[in-house]
Design a protein around this ligand. Structure first.
Ligand SMILES: *Cc1c(COP(=O)(O)O)cnc(C)c1O
Length: 379
């Protein structure tokens, strides 16, 4: 099945009790049993819910995987992956990633004896010196949030495999429409479904997709034991979001390209971060592993003073100043004080995230209106 058809039909089966074409919101906590232990496969909604199962099937299909698992948030999905590990196990994580992931690793899991090494993964070989018998997981994002760095997933997987190290890719920025990490050799793909999958800034959710049955069973055990499951209404919203993911992503990408090129032509802009530029350091890898370059762009102004950065952030009218991304409406964000404030300043600067960086989530409005808005704000 081709990708556009898949987005519409993934996970969808008419409801067995009524034939409803849309999976109903099964707003129930429990299921009536005919006799003790005799039931229809549904016992308690933390473990089983038909709306959630429909979404988990859909997630697996659109990521070209076998099994999907959905969680109450993106970080809850990440949390479940780390709970596969034991004290003393080591994780190689990208040095440039979502601030909340960094916070979860450093502030929550380090104290349980999991050891994290943060490595620049723009060159896959950089992970080699860190691999040893205790290395159980490699965690990466591509493109990264917010610097739009690209990691070669296939190259990382090739280094990890001989050591039996799992590779988990946070695929939130690309979405399953642009990039499928399992096809590139990753073992787990993670999403903040809050972003492009939901697509309408109205739900918090996360997901994991895997191919391996035993990995799925371990993650399902963690999902029901730790209990960070999403409610059925939220599952319904993401199921609905997936049905338009392909058309939304296409427009996000087209608008993203126009805006990246406009920003580069603006003489007040010092630097634009977008993997579609031929001179982006990993453009060739982006071209190979993604089908288009996405709607996320970051930039810095030539006047990199706090005052000027803040003035621009507060001057847009169509771009709303807010955290998050991937919704139909355009957003502008200041990573240093908003999405990435949980990373200490020294660490941020070391990894290239300046206080003057501005991040855009380009929506699906008319590109001309968005460019006019940036033009009046930047001046
Ligand atoms: C938002 C985000 C997360 C966290 O997801 P939540 O749904 O907010 O818990 C993880 N990774 C990336 C890249 C994100 O943008």
């Amino acid at each position: 099945m081709k990708i556009n058809t898949k987005m519409i039909h993934a996970g969808a089966e008419p409801d067995p009790s009524t034939g409803a074409i849309m999976t109903p919101i099964y707003q129930t906590s429990t299921y009536v049993q005919e006799a003790p232990g005799v039931n229809k496969g549904y016992e308690y909604a933390r473990s089983q819910n038909p709306t959630r199962f429909a979404l988990e099937r859909a997630m697996a299909e659109i990521e070209n995987g076998k099994f999907g698992l959905v969680f109450a948030s993106g970080v809850a999905a990440t949390d479940a992956v780390i709970k596969l590990l034991q004290p003393g196990d080591e994780v190689i994580a990208a040095n440039d990633m979502y601030g909340g992931t960094y916070r979860l690793f450093t502030k929550v899991f380090e104290k349980f004896g999991i050891v994290f090494h943060y490595v620049n993964m723009q060159q896959a070989e950089n992970i080699k010196p860190w691999i040893n018998s205790k290395t159980k997981l490699i965690w990466l994002e591509t493109p990264t949030n917010p610097l739009m760095n690209i990691t070669d997933v296939a190259a990382v997987a090739a280094i990890a495999k001989p050591n039996n190290t799992l590779v988990c890719v946070d695929n939130t920025f690309a979405s399953p429409y642009l990039q499928n990490p399992l096809d590139l050799g990753a073992d787990i793909v993670m999403h903040s479904a809050t972003k492009y999958l939901g697509g309408h800034s109205d739900v918090i959710q996360g997901s994991l997709v895997v191919n391996d049955q035993s990995l799925r069973d371990q993650l399902y055990f963690i999902q029901k034991s730790s209990g960070a499951v999403p409610g059925p209404q939220d599952c319904f919203l993401v199921l609905r979001g997936i049905k338009t993911l392909h058309v939304r992503m296409q427009r996000h990408c087209e608008n993203g390209e126009k805006i990246a090129k406009y920003l580069r032509s603006n003489t007040k802009v010092a630097r634009v971060y977008w993997p579609g530029f031929e001179d982006h350091p990993n453009h060739e890898i982006a071209k190979r592993q993604m089908s288009y370059f996405g709607g996320m762009i970051s930039f810095e102004l030539k006047d990199d003073s706090d005052a000027e950065t803040r003035r621009v952030l507060s001057s847009t009218k169509l771009f709303s100043l807010a955290e998050s991304l991937g919704g139909v409406e355009s957003l502008i964000n200041h990573p240093a004080s908003m999405t990435h404030a949980s990373i200490p300043k020294a660490e941020r600067i070391k990894n290239g995230l300046k206080d003057s960086l501005i991040r855009l989530s380009v929506g699906i409005e008319d590109a001309e209106d968005l460019i006019a808005d940036l033009e009046q704000a930047i001046g």
